[in-house]
Design a protein around this ligand. Structure first.
Ligand code: ZN
Length: 276
């Protein structure tokens, strides 16, 4: 089995300082989280930006630029910028950040009914973002909330809008999407191309069990406060501590964590520092 790629999603769109003081919100806090998580064993860092006044999800390019530039200077992490739409549903609000040419960006290949609203990703929007990723040399992480999104992602390859090997992130346990069970996880894995790589992200209490199953099944693991703010029942987590726990458990189970450069090889990214 390959070494384990640990992705950390430190911020997301939802947790606020009121929910947990440990969520990094400002660019300085997010950069600091990146430095700590890299030292703890993370290889990939998934980036969202927040409005500095009210902590809401932001699509402000200058915030993404500040976070991206700071992390690039101070870490060797694979930077993965979210193109998620909570901070704006339009292509124009989501695509500008791709001009930073991060090594990776997330791409959700379908729509989901979240509890209170539709997370809308139309076929045109998906194709436009995918096309930009090809143009800027960004490897997409296909965010999979349901089985049909896998075939939507594979379909992009046939249209020249994505290049194999694909990389998938299975997001399980979000209300309105696929439940976090081992049966669902094994089914998702059985649906992806044989040369693809994959990561499991569980929401809330599902984070740890989905990570552990992924470690045993040869997948990779995503942790972080975006998906889960608790370390244990009633005990708030820090991003760094969540990374450290997965490093410890994964080593016990016989898989060493991948360094960012080792993760680049596993994901078949271009060598660090090259623009595509
Ligand atoms: Zn995200």
């Amino acid at each position: 089995m390959d070494k384990l790629i640990i992705t950390v999603a430190p911020t997301g769109s939802i947790p606020t300082k009121k929910m947990t003081p440990h969520v990094p919100i400002t660019p300085a806090e997010i950069i600091e989280a990146g430095i700590r998580c890299e030292a703890a064993g993370a290889a990939v860092f998934h980036i969202h930006a927040r409005d500095l006044k009210d902590e809401s999800a932001s699509s402000d390019f200058s915030l993404f630029e500040e976070i991206y530039t700071g992390l690039k200077q101070k870490t060797n992490l694979i930077l993965q910028i979210s193109t998620g739409g909570r901070a704006g549903a339009n292509y124009e609000e989501r695509n500008a950040r791709l001009t930073l040419r991060p090594e990776m960006a997330s791409l959700t290949t379908g729509s989901v009914n979240f509890p209170n609203r539709v997370y809308a990703n139309s076929p045109d929007l998906i194709a436009s973002l995918a096309k930009d990723m090809v143009r800027y040399g960004v490897k997409p992480e296909m965010e999979i909330f349901d089985v049909s999104m896998i075939s939507n992602a594979v379909d992009l390859v046939g249209r020249g809008l994505a290049t194999p090997p694909l990389h998938f992130d299975f997001v399980l346990g979000l209300k309105g999407a696929i439940p976090a069970t081992i049966e669902n996880l094994t089914h998702l894995r059985s649906c992806i191309p044989s040369d693809a790589t994959w990561t499991a992200a569980g929401v809330g209490r599902a984070q740890l069990p989905m990570n552990i199953h992924a470690i045993l099944m040869g997948g990779h693991a995503r942790v972080g406060l975006e998906d889960n703010i608790y370390y244990a029942r009633g005990e708030l987590a820090t991003n760094e501590r969540l990374v450290k726990r997965i490093v410890r458990l994964s080593r016990e189970l016989g898989r060493e964590p991948a360094t960012p450069d080792e993760a680049r090889e596993i994901l078949q990214l271009k060598p660090s520092g090259q623009d595509g």
